[in-house]
Design a protein around this ligand. Structure first.
Ligand SMILES: *Cc1c(COP(=O)(O)O)cnc(C)c1O
Length: 376
């Protein structure tokens, strides 16, 4: 059996090795390492795939969030509603821009921000909502967009973990996550579902004027070279990453199906176990399984991780400390915020290996060791 990893990037690469080498060599020969024509080509391919009118590539998913908030002209002190149960980048950029993160609780089934909690957190200072499609499943965007519309709020979808996820509205229409809110952001960090071979990110919108502003902010605040209208940043996607991502985008649906097949195998193996709750599948969202995350009930999680590790099975806690309990947010007295579901989940979640190259013997080894631990 091949060694089990949380994400097996090497095997995935080996399967597309020739295509990748050809594309990289072409960039090397042309030496347009920054802003090569392939960057715009990739942006257009992703726009078509994601049903977004505009895609603006940038340096990483954290920059994507920051640029989104800058382009919306949010002002110091403006309140931004966000889940605490997420990767730190989502909430960090809010504080970086001197905006106020307002942490709200998540739905215990979907792990995503709870619309009712958003409604209760709205004040006259609220300007934006940042839902996160955590682990690859969409937040309840229909409810979130209704709230945003009613209160005139921006919605920035943090789609770093859910690129390719279909969201179904109750009228029967379907939209990709990241193309629903005012702006969508994503990351091409190597382990993400659409991952490059280095850092990368993108910002999406259907709004023409906003697209121009996003491009400007990402490019030193200029739309005409050396004429800087607003304070911006320097955030670009390398040409090398763009050609790699262009190739991998063609495989994204296949990659998603492989991940979903792993999730289904896990679901089946754990179906009869009262001590573990398999990931909930929201009927309005097609889960793309960036992570396969269980909720453990009455099980010693540390001991389980040790047991799995002793059998060469990695596992991860995403995330061991929720944002509102991080020291960096002490100034907002966020630790006293009452987020019972977030705290409850933080103590109980565990993510098992999931990727596009999982083999049957690996899956069988993982499921049998998990079951062995639970039923000694
Ligand atoms: C990965 C990730 C980010 C940040 O992306 P980087 O490219 O690492 O900066 C932001 N939000 C979420 C939810 C993520 O998973």
């Amino acid at each position: 059996m091949r060694a089990i990893q949380m994400v097996d990037l090497k095997f995935q690469y080996q399967k597309i090795r020739d295509e990748i080498h050809t594309a990289i060599n072409e960039v090397l020969e042309n030496t347009a390492f920054i802003n090569g024509p392939q960057v715009q080509r990739f942006a257009e391919s992703l726009a078509v795939y994601n049903q977004s009118k505009h895609v603006i590539p940038c340096a990483n998913g954290t920059d994507a969030l920051q640029i989104a908030m800058m382009a919306l002209d949010l002002q110091p002190g403006d309140e931004v509603i966000t889940p605490s149960f997420t990767y730190i980048a989502t909430t960090e950029v809010i504080a970086l821009l001197k905006l106020k993160p307002v942490f709200v609780d998540v739905d215990p089934k979907t792990f995503c921000i709870e619309p009712e909690a958003i409604r209760k957190a709205i004040t006259p200072k609220t300007k934006a909502i940042v839902p996160v499609h955590l682990y690859g499943q969409a937040a309840n965007m229909e409810a979130i967009m209704e709230i945003a519309m009613a209160h005139n709020l921006f919605v920035i979808e943090d789609n770093a973990q859910a690129i390719g996820c279909d969201y179904h509205f109750s009228d029967g229409s379907m939209t990709k996550t990241g193309a629903i809110g005012t702006i969508g952001t994503t990351s091409f960090f190597p382990s993400k579902n659409l991952g490059g071979y280095g850092d990368g990110g993108a910002i999406m919108t259907n709004d023409d004027a906003l697209a121009d502003k996003l491009k400007m902010v990402a490019n030193h605040g200029q739309s005409r070279r050396y004429y800087h209208d607003v304070v911006g940043v320097n955030s670009r996607l390398d040409t090398l990453q763009a050609v790699i991502l262009e190739i991998k985008l063609r495989y994204l649906d296949q990659y998603i199906n492989s991940r979903r097949a792993v999730a289904e195998a896990y679901d089946k193996a754990f179906a009869q176990q009262d001590a573990i709750r398999v990931p909930f599948r929201a009927s309005n969202s097609r889960h793309v399984f960036h992570q396969y995350t269980l909720i453990l009930e009455g099980i010693d999680r540390n001991k389980m991780q040790e047991y799995l590790a002793s059998h060469n099975i990695p596992s991860m806690i995403y995330y061991p400390v929720p944002a509102h309990r991080q020291k960096m947010f002490d100034a907002y007295a966020s630790a006293s915020t009452n987020l019972p579901v977030t705290d409850w989940l933080t103590e109980r979640v565990i993510s098992l290996p999931i990727h596009t190259e999982m083999e049957e013997d690996q899956l069988n080894h993982i499921t049998s060791k998990v079951l062995e631990f639970i039923n000694p």
